[in-house]
Design a binder for this molecule. Structure first.
Ligand code: SF4
Ligand code: SF4
Length: 310
């Protein structure tokens, strides 16, 4: 999961100096596209806490290869990190563990921001993607957060794959209707990495996804919701470029691609495109599957693209 978006909806500010704490080692789902599957390797809590203390880290994102809440030591981590001086916690989760009301209540007290990997609002699609029967648990987890008054802490992280792209507009309407106070919806184009490589057929074409994602973005925007799209080239988002997360990073003066992400794949269209500095380009893993024929050099001036509200 991606911890990159660091806005704190409760306080309407950006969390800076945030460390990603890769503490998950197992998972309670088995998503077909998981690009960072769990290895079972346990990180030392106290050593990690000591290292963060030394650096003076005050804000962390709990994540890793797997689901942070599934290891049985979730609150041990929080306790140790708090003792090391960490004050603010973000969590990347699939929300399944939050179905337990007591667990959810405790988590909601500690976590400022829940990034929830929720790949479909339809049970049968969720089951296929996550290869689980835990749809209702995840939904219960979300409902528990809402009932606790923590809806504003929810950030939907919707990975766009061949299994769900046609349902993106429907998902947008569902999210807006059921979680109107959620912080935002992040649509992230799937990566052809990790488990996705074994399953095959997970990565749709940009051109297949484009009309559906545009409708989804428009549906959320019309309802006044914040939404963003990640890991899709600007030429695939023609006239919707302002929703691109990487474009927004560029406008803020940040690097287009965050650390740890593969660089853009070299491509002839990109080389002559006026948007190249502001665009995430195509990922090398994408080009291996579909090639570069869809990428179209633009002549737009990126400074004339209006970033969407985020
Ligand atoms: S993508 Fe799915 S399987 Fe992978 S860590 Fe997240 S919830 Fe678990
Ligand atoms: S041609 Fe390349 S740089 Fe230009 S918008 Fe498409 S992917 Fe981005």
């Amino acid at each position: 999961m991606n911890p990159e978006l660091m806005v704190n909806p409760a306080r309407n500010e950006w969390i800076s100096e945030q460390a990603c704490v890769s503490m998950a080692r197992t998972c309670n789902l088995y998503c077909v596209y998981c690009h960072n599957p769990p290895t079972g390797e346990k990180r030392d809590i106290l050593k990690t806490a000591a290292a963060l203390k030394k650096k003076g880290v005050k804000a962390v994102s709990l994540e890793g290869g797997g689901e942070p809440t599934a290891g049985g030591d979730f609150f041990d981590w929080i306790k140790a990190l708090k003792a090391a001086g960490v004050k603010r916690f973000m969590l990347s989760t699939n929300a399944v563990a939050l179905a337990d009301a007591a667990f959810c209540r405790r988590a909601a007290r500690e976590i400022e921001y829940f990034t929830v990997n929720f790949p479909s609002h339809r049970e049968e699609v969720y089951a296929k993607i996550t290869r689980s029967v835990k749809f209702r648990m995840a939904l219960r987890g979300l409902a528990n957060l809402k009932a606790l008054g923590a809806e504003e802490k929810i950030r939907f992280f919707h990975i766009v794959s061949a299994g769900n792209y046609r349902l993106l507009p429907e998902f947008a309407v569902w999210a807006a209707r059921n979680f109107p106070r959620a912080a935002f919806v992040n649509f992230t184009f799937v990566r052809n990495k990790g488990r996705a490589l074994k399953a095959g057929g997970i990565v749709p074409r940009y051109t297949q996804v484009a009309p559906f994602i545009k409708l989804a973005l428009a549906a959320l925007r019309v309802k006044g919701h914040k939404t963003v799209v990640q890991n899709m080239p600007l030429c695939a988002l023609k006239d919707f470029e302002g929703f691109s997360f990487e474009f927004q990073r560029w406008r803020r003066g940040d690097k287009v691609l965050e650390d740890g992400i593969d660089p853009k794949a070299p491509c002839a269209a990109c080389a002559r495109c006026t948007l190249k500095d502001a665009c995430c380009g195509a990922r090398p893993d994408y080009l291996k599957v579909h090639g570069a024929a869809e990428l179209k050099a633009s002549r737009k001036d990126p400074m004339f693209i209006t970033p969407e509200r985020f």
